[in-house]
Design a protein around this ligand. Structure first.
Ligand code: GLN
Length: 244
């Protein structure tokens, strides 16, 4: 081989190696997933890590699709704007697929059915339906479906909080009469706080789903396919058992 040919072979091998390197990088696409890690057991912080049912489900979905995921923790009412501004590719946050939100984003198939409940002080009289909140001071978390439900009842003094635990603190101190929240996080608060209980009133069913930008049909389809697989192969049930 003459010098020229040797140089060419080296160059070709070099190009080939770079191309392979790029290829393997391209295979693992990374997406940003928005959540609000203040919603145990769906998502919460433990030793600085975001954990919970939604996080496990997201990890399984990303394995199915073959993508890498980076979680972005933010305020709940900042999630939809972040998705629309393309700061995140999707949302998993115990988010209810409401008609209002459907105007702005697309939702995946349902992955959990929930309902709103009322939390009151242990000594207080039971509240058997949401209409009985009339005349009471009721804490809700800003932008949650509980906020919408309670704000629609006439005659309720609604107090809006940025975080659930602050509302619970005010309830314990007698500053408000009740807190309206999704069932599972409510149970979690009652388990971890003395002197509060869930009433017998049950709000309408809500469905949690993952949100994707309206112009990203491809990701939505991949998520739905992965979700179906996880439901069929028992992984989804395993996660339910682990967390609830
Ligand atoms: N399910 C409620 C909603 O969508 C609360 C969700 C949450 O706080 N993460 O508004």
């Amino acid at each position: 081989m003459n010098k020229m040919m040797k140089m060419m072979v080296v160059a070709i091998i070099g190009i080939f190696m770079v191309a392979c390197g790029n290829n393997s990088k391209e295979k693992i696409e990374k997406i940003y997933v928005g959540t609000n890690a203040e919603f145990a057991p769906f998502e919460y912080l433990e030793n600085g890590k975001t954990v919970g049912f939604d996080m496990d489900l997201m990890a399984e979905i990303s394995k199915e699709i073959g993508i890498e995921v980076e979680i972005k923790d933010m305020a709940f009412d900042g999630l939809l704007p972040a998705l629309q501004a393309k700061k995140v590719d999707m949302i998993i946050a115990g988010m209810t697929a409401t008609e209002e939100r459907k105007k702005a984003v697309n939702f995946s198939e349902t992955y959990y059915k929930a309902n709103q409940v009322i939390i009151i002080a242990e000594g207080a009289e039971d509240i058997s339906n949401f209409e009985e909140l009339k005349g009471k001071k009721v804490g809700v978390i800003l932008g949650f479906t509980g906020d919408v439900v309670v704000s629609e009842i006439d005659g309720v003094e609604v107090k809006k909080y940025n975080a659930g635990y602050v509302a619970i603190m005010d309830l314990k101190e007698g500053k408000i009469d009740a807190v309206v929240l999704d069932g599972e996080p409510a149970k979690n608060f009652v388990k971890n706080n003395e002197g509060i209980k869930i009433t017998s009133a049950e709000g309408e069913k809500e469905e949690y789903a993952m949100a994707v930008s309206k112009d990203n049909a491809e990701l939505l389809e991949k998520i739905n396919t992965a979700l179906t697989t996880l439901k069929e192969n028992g992984t989804y049930d395993k996660l339910l058992k682990k967390w609830f």
